[in-house]
Design a protein around this ligand. Structure first.
Ligand code: KPL
Length: 301
Protein backbone atom coordinates (compact mmCIF):
# COMPACT_ATOMS: atom_id res chain seq x y z
CA UNK A 1 0.00 0.00 0.00
CA UNK A 2 1.01 3.61 -0.48
CA UNK A 3 0.68 5.38 2.87
CA UNK A 4 1.35 9.02 3.74
CA UNK A 5 2.12 9.49 7.41
CA UNK A 6 2.07 12.88 9.07
CA UNK A 7 3.69 13.15 12.48
CA UNK A 8 6.89 11.09 12.63
CA UNK A 9 7.33 11.44 16.39
CA UNK A 10 7.92 8.36 18.55
CA UNK A 11 4.65 6.58 17.72
CA UNK A 12 4.54 7.78 14.10
CA UNK A 13 8.17 6.73 13.63
CA UNK A 14 7.45 3.31 15.13
CA UNK A 15 4.54 2.68 12.75
CA UNK A 16 6.48 4.06 9.75
CA UNK A 17 9.35 1.62 10.30
CA UNK A 18 7.07 -1.35 11.03
CA UNK A 19 4.85 -0.70 7.99
CA UNK A 20 7.91 -0.18 5.77
CA UNK A 21 9.32 -3.52 6.98
CA UNK A 22 6.17 -5.17 5.60
CA UNK A 23 6.92 -3.72 2.16
CA UNK A 24 4.46 -0.80 2.25
CA UNK A 25 5.50 2.44 0.59
CA UNK A 26 5.70 5.00 3.35
CA UNK A 27 5.81 8.65 2.44
CA UNK A 28 6.25 11.16 5.27
CA UNK A 29 4.90 14.69 5.51
CA UNK A 30 7.11 16.75 7.78
CA UNK A 31 7.39 20.32 8.98
CA UNK A 32 10.90 20.91 7.61
CA UNK A 33 10.21 20.38 3.90
CA UNK A 34 12.97 17.72 3.67
CA UNK A 35 12.99 15.50 0.59
CA UNK A 36 14.24 12.46 2.49
CA UNK A 37 14.46 11.38 6.12
CA UNK A 38 16.60 8.61 7.60
CA UNK A 39 15.29 6.94 10.74
CA UNK A 40 17.22 4.53 12.90
CA UNK A 41 15.01 1.97 14.56
CA UNK A 42 15.72 -0.15 17.63
CA UNK A 43 13.29 -2.98 18.29
CA UNK A 44 12.14 -4.29 21.65
CA UNK A 45 15.20 -6.45 22.27
CA UNK A 46 17.37 -3.34 21.66
CA UNK A 47 19.96 -5.60 20.04
CA UNK A 48 19.61 -4.83 16.37
CA UNK A 49 19.43 -1.42 14.78
CA UNK A 50 17.76 -0.96 11.41
CA UNK A 51 17.94 2.06 9.14
CA UNK A 52 15.09 3.33 6.99
CA UNK A 53 15.04 6.08 4.40
CA UNK A 54 11.69 7.73 3.73
CA UNK A 55 10.67 9.89 0.81
CA UNK A 56 9.04 13.11 2.12
CA UNK A 57 6.86 16.12 1.36
CA UNK A 58 5.80 15.24 -2.16
CA UNK A 59 2.32 16.58 -2.92
CA UNK A 60 1.80 14.05 -5.75
CA UNK A 61 2.64 11.20 -3.34
CA UNK A 62 -0.10 12.43 -0.96
CA UNK A 63 -2.64 12.39 -3.78
CA UNK A 64 -1.54 8.90 -4.88
CA UNK A 65 -1.71 7.48 -1.34
CA UNK A 66 -4.14 4.66 -0.58
CA UNK A 67 -4.38 5.88 2.98
CA UNK A 68 -3.40 8.91 5.06
CA UNK A 69 -2.19 8.24 8.60
CA UNK A 70 -2.11 11.18 11.03
CA UNK A 71 -0.07 10.64 14.21
CA UNK A 72 0.50 14.24 15.32
CA UNK A 73 -0.59 15.45 18.77
CA UNK A 74 -4.30 16.19 19.20
CA UNK A 75 -3.80 19.96 19.09
CA UNK A 76 -1.87 19.68 15.78
CA UNK A 77 -4.51 17.65 13.90
CA UNK A 78 -6.43 20.66 12.58
CA UNK A 79 -3.35 22.37 11.09
CA UNK A 80 -2.11 19.02 9.73
CA UNK A 81 -5.36 18.44 7.88
CA UNK A 82 -5.51 22.02 6.62
CA UNK A 83 -1.97 21.60 5.18
CA UNK A 84 -2.69 18.25 3.53
CA UNK A 85 -6.32 18.84 2.58
CA UNK A 86 -5.71 20.18 -0.96
CA UNK A 87 -3.79 17.02 -1.92
CA UNK A 88 -5.84 14.26 -0.24
CA UNK A 89 -8.10 12.33 -2.62
CA UNK A 90 -11.78 12.84 -1.72
CA UNK A 91 -12.36 9.11 -1.06
CA UNK A 92 -8.98 8.29 0.51
CA UNK A 93 -9.36 6.86 4.03
CA UNK A 94 -7.78 8.95 6.79
CA UNK A 95 -6.62 7.26 10.00
CA UNK A 96 -6.20 9.49 13.04
CA UNK A 97 -4.27 8.34 16.10
CA UNK A 98 -3.58 10.59 19.06
CA UNK A 99 -3.89 10.66 22.84
CA UNK A 100 -7.13 12.16 24.13
CA UNK A 101 -10.42 12.94 22.43
CA UNK A 102 -12.25 15.90 20.97
CA UNK A 103 -10.99 16.31 17.41
CA UNK A 104 -13.79 14.32 15.73
CA UNK A 105 -16.15 17.20 14.94
CA UNK A 106 -13.44 19.39 13.43
CA UNK A 107 -12.17 16.46 11.31
CA UNK A 108 -15.70 15.88 9.93
CA UNK A 109 -15.97 19.52 8.99
CA UNK A 110 -12.62 19.56 7.21
CA UNK A 111 -13.03 16.20 5.45
CA UNK A 112 -16.78 15.68 5.03
CA UNK A 113 -16.46 13.02 2.32
CA UNK A 114 -13.42 10.98 3.35
CA UNK A 115 -13.79 7.73 5.27
CA UNK A 116 -12.50 8.60 8.75
CA UNK A 117 -10.97 5.96 11.02
CA UNK A 118 -9.83 6.68 14.57
CA UNK A 119 -7.15 4.59 16.25
CA UNK A 120 -5.67 4.33 19.70
CA UNK A 121 -2.59 2.43 20.71
CA UNK A 122 -0.88 1.25 23.87
CA UNK A 123 2.34 0.46 21.98
CA UNK A 124 5.18 2.33 23.66
CA UNK A 125 8.01 4.12 21.87
CA UNK A 126 10.36 6.97 22.49
CA UNK A 127 12.79 9.03 20.46
CA UNK A 128 16.28 9.10 21.91
CA UNK A 129 17.40 11.56 19.21
CA UNK A 130 15.71 13.45 16.38
CA UNK A 131 16.10 10.46 14.04
CA UNK A 132 16.31 7.56 16.52
CA UNK A 133 13.11 5.62 17.30
CA UNK A 134 12.99 2.97 20.03
CA UNK A 135 10.15 0.49 20.49
CA UNK A 136 9.84 0.07 24.26
CA UNK A 137 6.63 -1.87 24.88
CA UNK A 138 3.94 -3.94 23.19
CA UNK A 139 0.32 -2.90 23.59
CA UNK A 140 -3.07 -3.23 21.98
CA UNK A 141 -4.07 -1.02 19.03
CA UNK A 142 -7.75 -0.43 18.23
CA UNK A 143 -9.15 1.01 15.01
CA UNK A 144 -12.72 1.86 14.20
CA UNK A 145 -14.84 3.95 11.87
CA UNK A 146 -15.77 7.44 12.92
CA UNK A 147 -18.23 7.80 10.04
CA UNK A 148 -20.16 5.17 8.08
CA UNK A 149 -17.83 5.29 5.09
CA UNK A 150 -14.97 4.20 7.32
CA UNK A 151 -16.60 0.80 7.94
CA UNK A 152 -15.69 -0.27 4.39
CA UNK A 153 -12.05 0.07 5.36
CA UNK A 154 -11.98 -2.47 8.18
CA UNK A 155 -9.48 -4.46 6.06
CA UNK A 156 -6.86 -1.86 7.02
CA UNK A 157 -6.71 -3.48 10.42
CA UNK A 158 -5.06 -6.53 8.81
CA UNK A 159 -2.37 -4.33 7.27
CA UNK A 160 -1.68 -2.72 10.64
CA UNK A 161 -1.87 -6.00 12.54
CA UNK A 162 0.75 -7.56 10.30
CA UNK A 163 3.01 -4.56 10.85
CA UNK A 164 2.57 -4.29 14.62
CA UNK A 165 0.29 -6.76 16.41
CA UNK A 166 -2.06 -6.83 18.20
CA UNK A 167 -4.35 -4.52 16.24
CA UNK A 168 -8.11 -5.08 16.14
CA UNK A 169 -11.21 -3.45 14.71
CA UNK A 170 -13.79 -2.05 17.16
CA UNK A 171 -17.40 -1.43 16.18
CA UNK A 172 -17.59 1.53 18.57
CA UNK A 173 -14.16 3.17 18.60
CA UNK A 174 -15.27 5.69 21.25
CA UNK A 175 -15.17 2.91 23.81
CA UNK A 176 -11.41 2.15 23.53
CA UNK A 177 -10.79 5.88 23.11
CA UNK A 178 -12.50 6.46 26.48
CA UNK A 179 -10.56 3.58 28.09
CA UNK A 180 -7.29 5.11 26.94
CA UNK A 181 -8.47 8.56 28.01
CA UNK A 182 -9.07 7.17 31.52
CA UNK A 183 -5.50 5.84 31.66
CA UNK A 184 -4.09 9.13 30.39
CA UNK A 185 -6.21 11.17 32.87
CA UNK A 186 -4.66 9.16 35.70
CA UNK A 187 -1.03 8.86 34.59
CA UNK A 188 -0.17 11.87 32.43
CA UNK A 189 -0.94 14.92 34.62
CA UNK A 190 0.43 13.29 37.79
CA UNK A 191 3.71 12.21 36.20
CA UNK A 192 4.02 15.64 34.55
CA UNK A 193 3.42 17.66 37.71
CA UNK A 194 5.61 15.36 39.87
CA UNK A 195 8.29 15.05 37.15
CA UNK A 196 8.51 11.30 37.62
CA UNK A 197 8.47 8.02 35.72
CA UNK A 198 5.12 6.22 35.46
CA UNK A 199 6.26 3.62 38.02
CA UNK A 200 6.43 6.15 40.85
CA UNK A 201 2.62 6.34 40.82
CA UNK A 202 2.57 2.84 42.38
CA UNK A 203 3.77 4.40 45.65
CA UNK A 204 1.18 4.61 48.48
CA UNK A 205 1.08 8.43 48.46
CA UNK A 206 -0.67 8.36 45.05
CA UNK A 207 -3.22 5.71 46.00
CA UNK A 208 -6.13 7.96 47.05
CA UNK A 209 -5.59 10.40 44.22
CA UNK A 210 -5.64 7.64 41.59
CA UNK A 211 -8.81 6.20 43.12
CA UNK A 212 -10.53 9.60 43.02
CA UNK A 213 -9.45 10.25 39.41
CA UNK A 214 -10.83 6.84 38.37
CA UNK A 215 -14.09 7.45 40.24
CA UNK A 216 -14.68 10.74 38.45
CA UNK A 217 -13.78 9.28 35.05
CA UNK A 218 -16.04 6.24 35.61
CA UNK A 219 -18.99 8.51 36.48
CA UNK A 220 -18.54 10.57 33.31
CA UNK A 221 -17.97 7.47 31.14
CA UNK A 222 -21.16 5.90 32.50
CA UNK A 223 -23.11 9.09 31.72
CA UNK A 224 -21.71 8.88 28.17
CA UNK A 225 -23.12 5.35 27.84
CA UNK A 226 -19.94 3.38 28.65
CA UNK A 227 -20.81 1.73 31.94
CA UNK A 228 -17.65 0.95 33.81
CA UNK A 229 -16.74 0.47 37.46
CA UNK A 230 -14.17 2.80 38.98
CA UNK A 231 -12.40 -0.29 40.39
CA UNK A 232 -12.03 -1.73 36.86
CA UNK A 233 -10.49 1.51 35.62
CA UNK A 234 -8.18 1.56 38.62
CA UNK A 235 -7.04 -1.99 37.83
CA UNK A 236 -6.28 -1.01 34.23
CA UNK A 237 -4.40 2.09 35.37
CA UNK A 238 -2.36 0.02 37.84
CA UNK A 239 -1.58 -2.47 35.04
CA UNK A 240 -0.26 0.30 32.77
CA UNK A 241 1.74 1.89 35.61
CA UNK A 242 3.41 -1.48 36.18
CA UNK A 243 3.94 -2.28 32.49
CA UNK A 244 5.41 1.17 31.74
CA UNK A 245 7.14 1.73 35.10
CA UNK A 246 10.39 3.04 33.60
CA UNK A 247 8.72 5.21 30.94
CA UNK A 248 8.27 8.93 31.16
CA UNK A 249 4.72 9.73 30.02
CA UNK A 250 4.27 11.92 26.96
CA UNK A 251 2.98 14.78 29.14
CA UNK A 252 5.95 14.50 31.45
CA UNK A 253 8.24 14.81 28.40
CA UNK A 254 6.24 17.75 27.02
CA UNK A 255 6.46 19.65 30.31
CA UNK A 256 10.18 18.84 30.69
CA UNK A 257 10.89 20.13 27.20
CA UNK A 258 8.56 23.12 27.64
CA UNK A 259 6.26 22.07 24.80
CA UNK A 260 2.47 22.40 24.68
CA UNK A 261 0.75 19.36 26.24
CA UNK A 262 -2.38 17.41 25.28
CA UNK A 263 -4.08 18.27 28.61
CA UNK A 264 -7.06 19.99 26.91
CA UNK A 265 -7.79 16.80 24.93
CA UNK A 266 -7.29 14.46 27.90
CA UNK A 267 -8.41 15.93 31.25
CA UNK A 268 -9.92 18.95 29.44
CA UNK A 269 -12.15 16.65 27.36
CA UNK A 270 -13.27 14.81 30.49
CA UNK A 271 -14.14 18.13 32.18
CA UNK A 272 -16.09 19.31 29.10
CA UNK A 273 -18.15 16.10 28.97
CA UNK A 274 -18.67 16.22 32.78
CA UNK A 275 -20.11 19.73 32.38
CA UNK A 276 -22.60 18.49 29.77
CA UNK A 277 -23.86 15.88 32.28
CA UNK A 278 -23.62 18.24 35.27
CA UNK A 279 -21.12 15.96 37.05
CA UNK A 280 -18.56 17.53 39.40
CA UNK A 281 -14.96 16.44 38.70
CA UNK A 282 -12.93 18.47 41.25
CA UNK A 283 -9.84 16.25 41.34
CA UNK A 284 -9.41 16.19 37.58
CA UNK A 285 -10.15 19.92 37.43
CA UNK A 286 -7.36 20.58 39.89
CA UNK A 287 -4.93 18.47 37.83
CA UNK A 288 -5.98 20.32 34.67
CA UNK A 289 -5.29 23.64 36.44
CA UNK A 290 -1.85 22.47 37.60
CA UNK A 291 -0.77 21.51 34.09
CA UNK A 292 -2.18 24.72 32.59
CA UNK A 293 -0.19 26.64 35.21
CA UNK A 294 3.03 24.81 34.33
CA UNK A 295 2.47 25.50 30.63
CA UNK A 296 1.73 29.15 31.41
CA UNK A 297 5.02 29.51 33.31
CA UNK A 298 7.14 28.63 30.30
CA UNK A 299 4.87 30.44 27.85
CA UNK A 300 5.47 33.64 29.87
CA UNK A 301 9.26 33.27 29.77
O1 KPL B 1 -0.07 6.94 26.69
C1 KPL B 1 0.74 7.15 27.55
C2 KPL B 1 1.47 8.43 27.43
O2 KPL B 1 2.57 8.55 27.94
O3 KPL B 1 0.93 9.34 26.80
C3 KPL B 1 0.92 6.21 28.72
C4 KPL B 1 -0.03 5.07 28.57
C5 KPL B 1 0.67 6.94 29.99
C6 KPL B 1 2.30 5.57 28.74
O4 KPL B 1 3.30 6.42 29.16
Amino acid sequence: MKITLLGAGAIGGLWSCQLAKQGHHLHLWTRDNAKKINLTFKGLNQAETERFTFHCNDKAAVTESDCIFITVKAFQVEQALRDLHPYIGSTTPVIIMHNGMGTQQMVHQLLPNNPIIYATTSQAAFKSGPRQVNHTGIGQTWMGAENNAGNNFAFLVEVFNQALAPCQWHQDISQPLWQKLAINCAINPLTASHQCQNGKLARPEFNDLLTQICQEVATVMSAEGYRVKASELRQQVDGVIKATATNFSSMNQDICQQRPTEIDYITGYLIARAKVHDIPVPVNTQLWQQIKQLEQEYNDE
